[in-house]
Design a protein around this ligand. Structure first.
Ligand SMILES: [Zn+2]
Length: 308
């Protein structure tokens, strides 16, 4: 990784999500100094992204920054700064890096949001002393990123770690995934997956956080939906741990805020699924970067000048 050690100025961190964009001013120590947000409409397109970024930029009129890092909720070409593809709004091949460099007049760095979270966790969070770990975002979708030997492992096409598309439910009525396959982890265990399971059990359409509160109150069907989703998540994690002998797994994303509910199922699957002789002490934690993990990740892209 290219460390930008000569200039220790603040950076801009842009976190583009499924429903909002965050622009933050972040110090070289990873501290968020100021943060602004704008909502995005569902199925937003490129023009809305550009307009929203310009609007946010106007809120920071005179900042001196060395660079800008941006996360995208999409497959990304981090070398060229391109937003390759996001299934939920069909944005394809958007040269976000070029747009950012022009808009902010500084070098720009773009990467997938989950990769950025893992990079941020390694530099500023719970993984500073750990070279091998899996980062899993559980929100409306499920994404994963792998750190191996102290570096983000990208794979042949830059898309390693896609744990969300491991097929976990092989029953004929398993939910379909946005990728077109049936029974993917993203379809069974994301926030949407929990909602879909609950709807199948009760006929009622609720958000994952509402189902989590019902489960905390002891509602049987809500507990059943959580158990189904968390068990398959834990099982998928156990497969990855067995394959790579990882000592640490970090969970982030909105659903991880219900870690108290998921944890017993996750730990049970890890205990039952991981070969204990090979990996006796797997640690499972939630991100230490909190709600703004992706924002800190975006800043880290800029601070480290990551294009490798
Ligand atoms: Zn899938």
């Amino acid at each position: 990784m290219g460390y930008n050690v000569t200039k220790m100025e603040n950076v801009f961190a842009l976190d583009i999500g499924g429903s909002k964009i965050v622009l933050a001013l972040v110090s070289p120590e990873g501290k968020i100094l100021r943060i602004e947000k704008e909502k995005l409409p569902p199925f937003y397109g490129v023009e809305v992204v550009k307009e929203t970024i310009r609007k946010l930029h106007h809120l920071f009129p005179n900042e001196n920054v060395s660079s800008i890092g941006s996360t995208v909720p999409a497959l990304a070409d981090h070398k060229k700064g391109i937003w390759l593809y996001s299934p939920f709004n069909k944005i394809r091949d958007f040269p976000l890096g070029d747009f950012l460099t022009e808009e902010f007049s500084v070098p720009s760095f773009v990467d997938n949001d989950v990769n950025a979270c893992a990079i941020g966790e390694k530099r500023f969070g719970a993984c500073q002393k750990e070279d091998d770990f899996l980062w899993v975002t559980v929100s409306n979708g499920i994404g994963g990123a792998l750190f191996l030997k102290g570096e983000l492992y990208r794979g042949k096409n830059g898309n390693a770690g896609e744990i969300g598309h491991m097929r976990m439910d092989f029953s004929s009525d398993a939910p379909f995934c946005g990728c077109g396959h049936q029974g993917c982890l993203e379809a069974t265990s994301s926030g949407r997956g929990i909602s879909a399971r609950y709807a199948t059990l009760t006929g009622k359409q609720l958000e994952a956080n509402e189902i989590a509160s019902l489960a905390r109150q002891g509602e049987e069907k809500a507990k059943e939906a959580v158990a189904y989703s968390a068990t398959l998540l834990g099982r998928a994690i156990s497969y990855v741990v067995n394959l790579l002998n990882l000592p640490l797994v970090i969970l982030g994303g909105g659903v991880s805020q219900s870690f108290d509910l998921l944890k017993p199922y996750l730990l049970k699957e890890i205990r039952q699924g991981v070969w204990q002789e090979a990996a006796p002490k797997v640690v499972l934690k939630t991100t230490s970067l909190g709600y703004y993990a992706a924002t800190v990740g975006a800043a880290t892209l800029a601070l480290e000048g990551i294009k490798k």
